[in-house]
Design a protein around this ligand. Structure first.
Ligand SMILES: C[S@@+](CC[C@H](N)C(=O)[O-])C[C@H]1O[C@@H](n2cnc3c(N)ncnc32)[C@H](O)[C@@H]1O
Length: 274
């Protein structure tokens, strides 16, 4: 049952690849740039970007580490990997390799990378502790980890509506971990996974979506929502979407539909061996 659900989530990310990051405000690309700034990569660094999606972090990172550096971009969705590869080719980058790989089982020897990034993906991994142990294992001692996560307290219009729908329609959440994080919770998780020098920066971004349908497209592109809705009949599903759009429309003001995102950027080091 759990395996079926995870397979469905995996296939959903494949479908998402074609429109990932394209709808709504540019929060994903802005956050990717900021994550890289805070991770302070250096020319010549070997970087692993885990759950790279279409390359929001990996592509600019490969420019930052320069021709003497190397970026390995991995994601378990072949369609995401293909999009990242296409993007790298378009930019003429020769120091990036994109490969299909499960984040909880990294197929690299110990001590392979100077730095590792994972943008908006840790919480999607069913076994985050195992994934963090793998991330730690492939970093060199003192190597840098950079994560971005959604912070708690943001007012993203779709979240309360989805929360209510889960109750009203008897849906099952498909992501096993919290989607929004408090700094102290991610700090505790990283400490227990053997990371040290943990620095957390929380930033707020105010944007407007142009219209309700854009909120829906954005929502579909950043998480496996379709898997959750798949339990509904065709009619119920349409009823859900119509209700979603009309709730969102009620929030509209002169600029559109307001959203304030909070993002947690976490930078840490692989601590010494225990
Ligand atoms: C919200 S996207 C983030 C993409 C990119 N890092 C970014 O910052 O825009 C989440 C990504 O995690 C990937 N993913 C989810 N579960 C995974 C797993 N178990 N192993 C590897 N990749 C996974 C999905 O395929 C998707 O590309």
């Amino acid at each position: 049952m759990i395996g079926d659900l995870q397979d469905a989530v995996h296939r959903c990310w494949d479908r998402t690849a074609a429109f990932y990051g394209q709808a709504g405000p540019p929060i994903l690309s802005i956050s990717a740039q900021r994550l890289l700034e805070l991770s302070s990569l250096e020319p010549g660094d070997r970087l692993l970007d885990v759950a790279c999606g279409t390359g929001a972090v990996a592509i600019p990172a490969s420019k930052q580490v320069g021709p003497s550096g190397q970026v390995m971009a991995t994601d378990y969705s072949p369609c995401m990997v293909a999009e990242a590869e296409r993007e790298a080719k378009r930019d003429g980058l020769s120091n990036i390799t994109c490969v299909c790989m499960e984040a909880q089982t990294l197929e690299f020897p110990d001590n392979s990378f100077h730095a590792l990034t994972c943008g908006f993906a840790l919480f999607f991994l069913p076994d985050m502790r195992r994934a963090l142990a793998e991330m730690r294992r492939v970093l060199v001692p003192g190597g840098k980890l950079g994560l971005s996560l959604w912070g708690k307290g943001g007012i993203v219009p779709q979240w309360p509506i989805l929360g209510e729908a889960i109750k009203e329609y008897g849906l099952r959440p498909v992501v096993p971990n919290p989607i929004a994080w408090r700094p102290e919770d991610i700090e505790a998780l990283l400490t227990s996974a053997g990371f040290s020098n943990i620095e957390i920066v929380e930033e707020r971004y105010d944007f407007s979506f142009r219209e309700a349908s854009e909120v829906w497209e954005f929502t579909l592109s950043v998480g496996p929502i379709e898997v959750m809705l798949a339990r509904l009949s065709k009619n119920k599903r349409q009823e859900f979407i119509d209700a979603f759009l009309s709730h969102i429309q009620e929030l509209a003001n002169a600029e559109g539909i307001p959203a304030n995102f909070r993002v947690l950027y976490v930078v840490a080091k692989r601590g010494t061996d225990r």
